[in-house]
Design a protein around this ligand. Structure first.
Ligand code: C2O
Ligand code: CU
Ligand code: CU
Length: 513
């Protein structure tokens, strides 16, 4: 363990002791701001608990629970039988206060993944609070309607805390979306895809070994919304399904087993301009997608399965060199990346009249979408050196910002994320996530001469729409139109393979006022 890992939990890094830098106390909010008048005031508590996941012994988990102090009670929706936190439902323009209470035996802090919020509300690891402490978030919802999520972000512990159950969905609605009359209420479904490994006593096993950290942890059992055998009983009508890949490092290549195309209507940052029909839909860790499943032509009694189709594991993990035999194929998991998986069984069990027609136009994008030809270009390599995955040749330091990581708040840049081969040929697909912004993928190019395998994860990639996480495959260079948050302060960008994040494939960006 490194020195700063020992120190951060006690807030000493925030005082500048670990780094010798001036104190960074200004953005921390321990108590509500009197001048901030929330439309919605919530308490969110993280605490140990247990849940019946498998037959036999209950499984110990860490979980979020919530309470509405002010605002509509429907702002929090429990997912029955799940260890996941309550789904938080907000509207664009709402002012939200969330009082986070840490009742875990270790420090934590919550991040609202995909939301554009002030620095103090973003859950930077230097704001982690200890056992028994509280952290107050205050922000206005400025994001478009869409499917976002929340999870802990303490340094070095994000992977294990999410793994133990700490995650929840955050759904934003707005007027543009409401006008479309998409399937709602009981026809608006949330499916969180996670993989876990259980020991013989039904307890969650999170292997913290070096191989798991380097390759990313892969569980051997699929959970959907925290349930071990996901079956849903539905009617002959259209459903909107919000998918989150909440796994540490598994990549899914989603498809319906009966050949029904995946009708994609939204991604990380909300609705696409137009629906997209895909045979496969690749979902990398932390990415979201919304699909329409129209069962109005299905007969009662039929079944449809959501599966992850097989793909070639070397597309997401290349390991050469002397240790190849030991390290290849995904860190020794019994269920490697690319394995064919059953995720959800949908039973069509009742008749319902359905008149839903999917609109051809779903959204009109703001001018922020437009490519800025004058934007400066920043190239960032993703590679592996000296036992570490690196971003732009660097690894994380709590308060560290390099000169090329300082930009004006609200400004634009083109980012070129280049996934290059590292030490001993180590190369993996990295889902790169940027805080405080939704970006646009301008293009994706590949190493000359690289052949696509017959069963490829590439077939399912969706680069359209507003994204906060992009999967950069080995040999790919992905160009992004970045438009940074207009809130000044320190924001993170990192790999969302949680073990890579924890082993410091993460950096700060400083947005200047
Ligand atoms: Cu979902 Cu910085 O993370
Ligand atoms: Cu985030
Ligand atoms: Cu990574």
């Amino acid at each position: 363990m490194k020195r700063r890992d020992l120190l951060y939990g006690f807030g000493l890094t925030a005082l500048g002791i670990a780094t010798g830098r001036p104190p960074n106390l200004f953005p921390v909010r321990r108590v509500p701001t009197p001048a901030f008048e929330p439309d919605l005031d919530l308490t969110l508590t993280a605490a140990p608990g247990d849940v019946q996941l498998l037959p036999g012994a209950r499984t110990g988990v860490w979980r979020f629970s919530g309470a509405v102090n002010k605002g509509p009670a429907t702002a929090l929706q429990l997912i029955p039988g799940s260890y996941l936190g309550p789904t938080i439902r907000v509207r664009k323009g709402q002012k939200v206060r969330i009082r986070f209470k840490n009742s875990l035996p270790e420090p934590s802090i919550v991040h609202w993944h995909g939301l554009d919020v002030p620095e103090a509300a973003d859950g930077h690891p230097r704001f982690a609070v200890g056992t028994g402490a509280e952290y107050v978030y205050e922000f206005e919802v400025v994001n478009r309607a869409g499917t976002y999520w929340y999870h802990p972000h303490p340094h070095g512990k994000t992977g294990s805390q999410v793994y133990q159950g700490l995650a929840g969905m955050l759904v934003v609605a707005d007027d543009e979306e409401s006008a479309l009359a998409l399937p709602s209420g009981a026809a608006d479904l949330i499916w969180v895809l996670q993989d876990r490994t259980f020991d013989s006593r039904n307890q969650l096993a999170y292997a913290g070994g070096m191989m798991d950290r380097m390759h990313g942890f892969l569980g051997n059992r699929m959970l959907v919304n925290g349930a071990a055998r996901a079956t849903v009983s539905v009617a002959t009508r259209a459903y909107r399904i919000r998918l989150l890949n909440g796994s540490s490092s598994r990549v899914y290549k989603l498809a319906w087993d009966d050949g029904t195309p995946m009708t994609v209507i939204g991604v990380d940052g909300g609705l696409l301009e137009r629906p997209l029909e895909k045979k496969y839909l690749t979902l990398a860790p932390s990415q979201r997608a919304e699909v329409i499943l129209d069962l109005s032509k299905h007969a009662v009694g039929t079944t449809v399965q959501l599966r992850s189709a097989p793909f070639t594991a070397s597309e997401v993990s290349i390991v050469e060199g002397g240790m190849g035999g030991m390290m290849g194929g995904g860190g020794g998991s019994a269920v490697p990346n690319g394995a064919s998986l059953l995720l959800v069984t949908v039973h069509v069990s009742r008749k319902e009249a359905s008149t839903f027609r999917l609109p051809a136009q779903l959204a009109t994008y703001s001018p922020a979408w437009t490519e800025d030809p004058a934007a400066p270009v920043r190239r960032i390599t993703l590679d592996f050196q000296a036992g570490q995955w690196r971003l732009g040749g660097r690894t994380f330091e709590m308060n560290d910002v390099a000169p090329d990581e300082i930009v004006a708040a609200g400004s634009t840049q083109i980012w070129e994320l280049a996934n290059i081969s590292g030490m001993m040929g180590m190369q993996m697909a990295h889902p790169i996530h940027v805080h405080g912004t939704q970006f646009r993928v301008l293009s994706r190019s590949r190493d000359a001469g690289a052949a696509t395998p017959a069963q490829s994860v590439r077939e399912g990639l969706v680069d359209a729409g507003w994204r906060d996480t992009v999967l950069v495959l080995p040999g790919d260079t992905v160009r992004l139109q970045m438009r940074f948050s207009s809130f000044p302060g320190l924001f993170l960008y990192h790999c969302h393979i949680l073990e890579h994040e924890d082993m410091e494939m993460m950096r700060n960006l400083r947005l200047m006022a």
